[in-house]
Write a protein that binds this ligand. Structure first.
Ligand code: SF4
Length: 317
């Protein structure tokens, strides 16, 4: 499906690298400061044992072994030649600086053109960024730090036990910018405690901060989590699929057209999942969103008219 209503990640990669680029997930034996008691315990109320992903190789394999195994598989299947090393699970900067340098350096191979590092806004600082900036220049890499925010509503951030508020996120984005490191932000537009205004404000804040990329996923619910218990006890009412579609469309309309959108929905493991994507395939819902936007003649950035002194527009000749 040719997608013209939003700024699609695969097109960005093709434009930048001249061909398709594939992400290779890396699974490190890590935890998260929101689970081990450093900033919180128990983690975010929706976080399962996998800490963000469920399709990775075992973390007993080292970085090179994981990259090589994943690469061999993808190379054969898709004739791929360029890759991004994606440090995906848990909080990939939550380790001493020297260990961080070692694992990142292990990922440097000829066909690795980029590195993506998933982490929390309170787990990135100048020392880690200085190192990333150095290797970015030395190896001519596209480096992205993925920050989980999920919502800009700081009351909801508190409810979901994120262990940080909006301020730490803003600090993280500005810090990445100072070191010329790209930021990708993870957002969940359908928290039961958020409404449409929260979603629009989320798009506006990301646009004002000029983040480079965003990833959306619909809230899913897994067993053995606080959210799972709330769901089973009937203590939350979930947003409908139709409302999710409306929220995503509004988010994209308010989002700057410059921001690259990595995805509109995520996936969840089949096992132990109580609720995911309204029991439909993620791509079917994505296609519904695209069709709906096409039908309405709307697109990413259509309502992004609020930056750069909107009230002064009237004095322009
Ligand atoms: S920050 Fe990520 S890994 Fe940590 S508890 Fe929350 S969802 Fe899980």
């Amino acid at each position: 499906m040719e997608i013209n209503v939003y700024n699609v990640y695969s097109k960005y990669l093709k434009g930048k690298f001249g061909e398709k680029v594939y992400k290779l997930p890396i699974n490190l034996p890590l935890t998260c400061p929101n689970r081990d008691g450093c900033v919180g315990s128990g983690g975010c109320i929706y976080c399962g044992e996998e800490g963000g992903s469920f399709e990775n190789l075992p973390n007993s394999l080292d970085v090179k072994e994981q990259l090589t195994a994943n690469k061999d598989y993808i190379k054969d299947r898709y004739k791929a030649k360029k890759f991004i090393a994606y440090f995906q699970n848990f909080t990939n900067t939550y380790m001493p600086l020297n260990d961080f340098k070692r694992v990142i350096k292990e990922a440097l191979m000829d066909d690795i053109v980029g590195i993506s590092i998933s982490t929390r806004p309170d787990c990135i600082n100048n020392d880690y960024l200085e190192f990333l900036a150095e290797i970015k220049d030395e190896y001519d890499l596209d480096i992205t730090v993925e920050l989980g925010l999920q919502t800009v509503n700081y009351h909801t951030l508190n409810k979901i036990n994120r262990g940080h508020t909006l301020a730490e996120f803003i600090d993280g984005v500005l810090r990445n910018k100072r070191y010329n490191i790209r930021t990708c932000v993870h957002m969940i537009p359908n928290f039961p405690w958020d409404d449409m205004d929260d979603v629009k404000e989320g798009a506006k804040i990301l646009s004002a901060l000029e983040v480079e990329e965003v990833k959306l996923h619909a809230l899913y619910i897994v067993e053995n989590t606080v959210l799972g218990s709330m769901y089973k006890e009937g203590n939350i009412s979930l947003v409908s699929k139709e409302e999710y579609i409306e929220r995503v469309i509004a988010f994209l309309e308010y989002l700057s057209p410059n921001i690259v959108v990595q995805r509109l929905l995520g996936r969840a493991p089949e096992e132990n999942t109580l609720f995911v994507n309204w029991n439909e395939s993620w791509w079917k819902i994505r296609d519904e969103i695209i069709s709906e936007m096409e039908e309405r003649g709307t697109f990413q950035g259509r309502k992004c008219n609020y930056l750069n002194g909107k009230a002064l527009e009237r004095f322009k000749k």
